[in-house]
Design a protein around this ligand. Structure first.
Ligand code: SF4
Length: 350
């Protein structure tokens, strides 16, 4: 059974307004489970992903979620009411019956776009089931004052995505002219040297584009003292996603990727091949899954979807993304078939 708090969220009352080319939607009074673009995601481990906002100020050439001002696929951006996000998190955390939860703020955009980020981190770190509060960021909107506030609020770790040192290349990869790599590097150094927040630098390796930058980033991370408690680096292999941007990169096998990481591990004497155990991750009781694949259900359309052609729908206290409902009006009940169920995220078709 769901808790009262989640039951309460079943009432439909989505407030939204239009800006620029996107629907900008404040998520309030709908369930915060089931949609990849906002809310809480549980993948059956002690890590609960927290997604307060979907917007991003960058438009990286490799972005797997087609985020930012030059997005071609998105039709909506979402922001979640702070009180309701915390309430949903508290329910999810207590349901798991463990006391070493990592609350991981990792949006489909940039968490520091969320106006109440500091308060959110404070509320998550106060939770008695939470051991670690971590956050992904591109670092673009950070500054000394905000970093100090995040530190005081109890943020344990920042995973910062930096792809290149060389300013023109860094700007080209970030996809916007105002990208200033020097400011980002300063922020990274400030976090590592002046706060209790641990820093992990997480570059995406784009073969043929930033090969020469990765060793420089390893040297930088080690020089500034990243990785006080967790690994200093999390180098990511570029993977192409259906709705993501597709830069002109050379295809690299997993074998080549890992053998290069192994070589760098020896050269720099630091851990680069990572496993969930390096972050204290382990399996734990999953939140209730409400639908099975291919199940036919009735759902009510409650608002615009995230990508073109999509609508958000509601059934059994979950949000479902209906991928072919672009023309269906809000408030209408329709029959859908659940096509995809991954870690409590639901995609359906009419
Ligand atoms: S910072 Fe992340 S979310 Fe934003 S555009 Fe770059 S890859 Fe996408």
């Amino acid at each position: 059974m769901e808790s009262d708090s989640v039951e309460k969220n079943a009432a439909m009352n989505v407030f939204w307004y239009k800006m620029a080319k996107c629907n900008n939607i404040l998520i309030r009074n709908i369930p915060l489970l089931g949609c990849i673009a906002f809310g809480i995601i549980d993948r059956g481990t002690n890590v609960l992903q927290v997604r307060p906002i979907s917007e991003c100020p960058l438009s990286c050439i490799f972005c797997s979620t087609d985020a930012g001002p030059y997005s071609q696929q998105r039709i909506s951006e979402y922001m979640v009411d702070l009180g309701q996000l915390v309430e949903a998190f508290e329910w999810a955390a207590s349901y798991k019956e463990i006391d070493d939860i990592e609350a991981h703020i990792d949006t489909v955009g940039e968490p520091s776009m969320y106006p109440q980020l500091v308060e959110l981190i404070g509320r998550l770190s106060e939770n008695k089931y939470v051991k670690t509060v971590s956050m992904q960021t591109n670092g673009f909107l950070l500054n000394e004052k905000l970093i100090n506030e995040l530190d005081s609020a109890g943020l344990s770790r920042i995973n910062m995505s930096i792809e290149a040192f060389e300013p023109d290349l860094a700007r080209k990869i970030a996809g916007i002219d105002s990208y200033n790599i020097d400011r980002l590097l300063w922020n990274a150094q400030y976090i590592a040297r002046n706060t209790d927040i641990d820093l992990l630098i997480a570059p995406v390796w784009l073969p043929g584009i930033n090969d020469n930058e990765i060793p420089k980033l390893i040297e930088f991370a080690l020089k500034i003292g990243a990785g006080k408690k967790w690994p200093a680096l999390g180098i990511q292999k570029f993977l192409q996603h259906k709705n993501g941007r597709k830069p002109d990169v050379k295809v690299m096998s997993w074998e080549k990727f890992y053998s290069q990481l192994e070589e760098w591990e020896k050269k720099y004497r630091t851990k680069l091949i990572l496993s969930p155990e390096d972050f204290g991750s382990h399996d734990s009781k999953a939140l209730p899954r409400m639908f099975r694949r291919y199940e036919k259900i009735k759902a009510e359309i409650i608002g615009p979807g995230w990508m073109k052609g999509e609508k958000l729908a509601f059934a059994r206290d979950r949000v479902i993304t209906v991928v072919d409902a672009g023309n269906v009006p809000v408030g209408k009940e329709i029959s859908v078939r659940i096509e995809r169920v991954v870690d409590g995220i639901y995609m359906a078709k009419r």
